[in-house]
Design a protein around this ligand. Structure first.
Ligand code: HEC
Length: 171
């Protein structure tokens, strides 16, 4: 009996360590950056948190965008609500492509008595221009790289980011 318990404990530790290194898009470790945007080994956008807690610009921007357009339904800090799922948990298994698809096209849950609707944001520039920002912030939440607070320190917005943002927003 005791050896079975020890075996179970060892298995839990291994699973916990794996979870710390992977989410729905794989290993989130940043291996390269372009103008302040970080990418993992598969070229998928990811977060970068320095030892002193400074986050990359996208994580910070995503925090702000999430809290202006998503938190009314999904709860503060990606924690979920009785109406919509905790995206902090969704991204543990959901891929980048699936995330973009649901946010752009929306989704309707017709299985429950109460009809829960995820609106389509593909035509809303306040979201569509910041898809990667929101994704990167939530990916950082899924991997416990940032906590339930506004990131206190962040990298500067790059000139390239500002240019793309202005073009996307039509300024
Ligand atoms: C009006 C409420 C509402 C708003 C605002 C909203 N969502 Fe949703 N979202 C939902 C509901 C409800 C679901 C679950 C739909 C279902 O069960 O099919 C959902 C599902 C999702 C999913 C799939 C999660 C999973 O586990 O499968 C993602 C990703 C998502 N939303 C992202 C976002 C993002 C990003 C924003 C902000 C830009 C946002 N949502 C804003 C209501 C909302």
């Amino acid at each position: 009996m005791r050896s079975i318990l020890l075996l179970a404990a060892a298995t839990i530790v291994i699973v916990a360590e794996r979870n710390a290194l992977a989410d729905g898009s794989g290993d989130p470790t940043a291996v390269k950056s372009e103008n302040g945007k970080y990418f993992d080994k598969d070229g998928i956008p990811t977060f970068k948190v320095a030892a002193d807690g400074t986050v990359d610009w996208y994580t910070y921007s995503g925090y702000r965008r999430y809290h202006s357009d998503c938190h009314v339904c999904h709860g503060p800090d990606g924690m979920g609500s009785s109406y919509a799922p905790a995206l902090k948990d969704s991204l543990k298994t959901m891929s980048y492509a699936d995330f973009l698809g649901v946010v752009a096209s929306g989704r309707k849950n017709v299985n429950t008595a109460q009809e829960n609707v995820m609106p389509a944001f593909g035509d809303n520039p306040n979201v569509a221009c910041y898809m990667d920002d929101i994704y990167i912030y939530l990916r950082a939440r899924a991997d416990n790289a940032v906590g339930r607070v506004r990131p206190p320190k962040h990298e500067d917005k790059s000139a390239a980011y500002a240019e793309t943002e202005n073009a996307c927003m039509g300024h």
